[in-house]
Design a protein around this ligand. Structure first.
Ligand SMILES: [Zn+2]
Length: 300
């Protein structure tokens, strides 16, 4: 229980994660892996497991090598900017020109400050507002806030370099960007599909457990031609797994609503909900926190 809470905080706030893990003022201890090839000119620098916080570096980082430069999607915890650049150098000399942050959390935005200030940072408009509230982007560091934002859809670059950014509604936060690489038929989800367990619902940043499955359904319906999916914190997988995650979240909300109607407390509801028989390979380490968040949302 305490561990789940700590993990929730760790994913929830990068600055806090830094303090929790005892990295104050120093370089994070965990080392980044080399790039993992996804397809053609798309790579990721894989996320480390947040279960072992001494090894935690942040979410999956996308590296998309274009004709004239490199797009980086998510920058991990603070302190990894140079490490990310060194890893990219192993496959290209082209400069990083653009960063997309899938959402506000410090394990996805922490190393924005490690890139040249000339790099264009792009996010959903709500994520920019959420980031502006973080200590990590105050004062001098406000220059690492996004300069370009969008509301529903934004196309970056052209031809075979085209990248489409989508917003389908609230879920993990109120500013989660989906990144689609049409030429490669690859979809990057950020933390709308982080792992096979209940999602972290950041209600303080506009997240919604009730909307989560609806937003997932809109994404699945709205983006055609997907052969591979890059989740927020787990290895590259298939569209089928994303569709399954949508059904899992719909079942989680339905089960929570009926437990509430039956008069159960949030604790009792969490204890009574078992989705791991139906969803093979899923964990239940985050169900309790998610059920509590959905309860709080339904009570409003
Ligand atoms: Zn997150």
């Amino acid at each position: 229980m305490k561990r789940a809470l700590v993990l929730g905080l760790l994913i929830g706030a990068g600055t806090m994660a830094v303090a929790v893990a005892g990295y104050q003022g120093g370089t994070p201890r965990a080392v980044l892996p080399d790039l993992t090839h996804v397809k053609d000119n798309l790579y990721i620098i894989e996320a480390a497991s947040p279960a072992d916080r001494s090894m935690f570096t942040g979410g999956n980082t996308g590296v998309f090598i274009m004709d004239t430069g490199v797009l980086v999607v998510d920058t991990k915890l603070a302190g990894y900017g140079n490490d990310i650049l060194q890893k990219i150098r192993k496959v290209t000399d082209k400069p990083v020109t653009t960063i997309v942050n899938t959402h506000t959390h410090g394990d996805h935005t922490g190393s924005n400050e490690g890139f040249p200030a000339s790099v264009e940072i792009v996010t959903h408009e709500n994520t920019k507002a959420n980031m502006a509230k973080m200590d990590a982007f105050k004062g001098d560091k406000a220059k690492f806030l996004p300069k370009r934002t969008f509301a529903d859809k934004l196309t970056l670059f052209s031809g075979k370099n085209r990248v489409e950014l989508y917003y389908f509604g609230a879920g993990h936060t109120n500013g989660d960007t989906w990144i689609y690489y049409p030429e490669l038929r690859v979809l990057q989800t950020g933390d709308m599909f982080p792992w096979r367990d209940a999602p972290f619902l950041d209600r303080a940043n506009g997240g919604s457990g009730v909307e989560f499955p609806r937003t997932l359904a809109k994404a699945v319906a709205g983006i055609k031609n997907v052969d591979a999916v890059i989740p927020g914190h787990s290895p590259v997988t298939t569209l089928k797994d994303l569709q399954e995650y949508q059904r899992y979240n719909a079942d989680l909300v339905t089960a929570t609503e009926s437990a509430m109607k039956a008069g159960k407390s949030a604790d009792e509801a969490a204890a009574s909900i078992n989705l791991t028989d139906k969803y093979k390979g899923y964990k239940s380490e985050r169900v309790k926190a998610a059920v509590e968040a959905i309860y709080a949302e339904l009570k409003k």
